[in-house]
Ligand binder design. Structure first.
Ligand code: HEC
Ligand code: HEC
Length: 279
């Protein structure tokens, strides 16, 4: 496997690609570069088979589309949403995940394992196929998450699980959201949500709708979940510049754009009422 040698090397190909694009998008790139500069304080794993699995797990979640083409049906990597290698509070961090599961999930209507939760994101957020629950790849991802949850995370505590809790009594205005999208998001994510490619089938700036985006069964396709992500994490370099209402409006705009369907979403929430924003 190439490029797994340097543990912190995950951002390097990204940075090269950014430099090539720099004539086009200089202001946006400067902001992204400054956010990458605050690289996560993930300790170097030990030598030996477990360390190798942790390194491989990190490579799989940061370069998911390129490394697992049979399991990824869109243009995304796990860490396009689980930011900073899964260590960013309010971006659904993975610190502590191994202890949190098995857990009851209302969407599934039963107690599920961490493997099943990871596969939910493979099938929905990545619009792809589940990994074998006992495959080397799954075990590598689990090893990486356990590393983050124990001695591997040398940074500050990551207090927040999941996403910020939005007030679900708020009313979204997708028309206002379209205007926010054009001024605050389109320069990176494209006028038609198509993102900006890296020339190798992946993306420098990931798409927000269309064939290479997450599907209708994904948590990010729900406008309150998407708003919570955007409120705390976007636009990159200007995080926190949107009000909760603006984040909700822009989320209502981009979640409603065309994207792949996920037929099994019709079986979601078997024992409880579907949330208002579920698709
Ligand atoms: C398009 C954005 C997106 C991508 C890409 C994505 N996820 Fe997620 N992930 C989410 C959202 C949203 C949730 C929370 C959903 C909810 O609870 O409503 C989540 C939840 C999770 C959780 C559970 C977190 C918790 O606190 O319970 C795990 C573990 C996870 N994802 C792993 C992965 C892995 C591994 C990948 C890559 C194979 C991945 N995700 C790709 C958006 C994404
Ligand atoms: C300066 C460039 C930039 C701007 C402006 C920006 N984003 Fe992003 N966005 C990114 C990058 C880069 C990522 C992936 C982060 C990573 O991989 O670490 C991302 C990821 C995302 C994701 C999760 C991944 C996906 O493709 O679904 C969503 C949702 C998102 N942005 C929404 C928005 C919205 C809404 C706005 C406007 C309010 C916005 N972004 C503005 C650069 C930007």
């Amino acid at each position: 496997m190439p490029s797994e040698a340097a543990f912190a090397g995950g951002v390097r190909p990204f940075r090269h690609a950014l430099v090539r694009r720099s004539m086009l998008l200089l202001p946006a790139l400067l902001m992204v570069a400054s956010s990458i500069a605050q690289s996560p304080a993930i300790a170097e794993p030990p030598q030996g088979p477990e360390g190798d699995a942790i390194r491989r797990g990190k490579a799989l979640v940061t370069e998911t589309r390129a490394r697992l083409p049979d399991h990824v049906g869109n243009g995304l990597n796990c860490t396009n949403c689980h930011l900073d290698g899964g260590t960013r509070a309010w971006a659904s961090p993975w610190v502590g995940m191994n202890a949190a599961f098995p857990e009851y999930r209302a969407r599934s209507g039963r107690v599920i394992s961490l493997q099943e939760r990871i596969n939910d994101c493979f099938e929905r957020s990545m619009n792809g196929k589940a990994l074998g629950w006992d495959s080397d790849e799954m075990n590598a991802i689990l090893a990486y998450m356990r590393w983050l949850s124990n001695e591997g995370w040398a940074g500050k505590p990551v207090p927040a699980r999941g996403f910020f809790k939005m007030d679900t009594r708020m009313k979204p205005d997708p028309v206002a959201g379209g205007k926010i999208y054009a001024t605050a998001c389109a320069q990176c994510h494209g006028a038609n949500g198509e993102g900006i490619g890296n020339g190798q089938g992946g993306y420098i700036f990931p798409p927000l709708w269309g064939k290479d985006s997450f599907n209708l069964g994904a948590g990010m396709a729900r406008h309150f979940t998407a708003a919570a992500f955007v409120l705390k994490n976007m636009p990159i370099g200007q995080e926190g510049s949107l009000t909760p209402q603006q984040a909700l409006d822009v989320a209502a705009y981009f979640t409603q754009q065309p994207r792949p369907d996920f037929v099994r979403r019709l079986n979601d929430w078997p024992h409880s009422a579907k949330p208002v924003d579920a698709r």
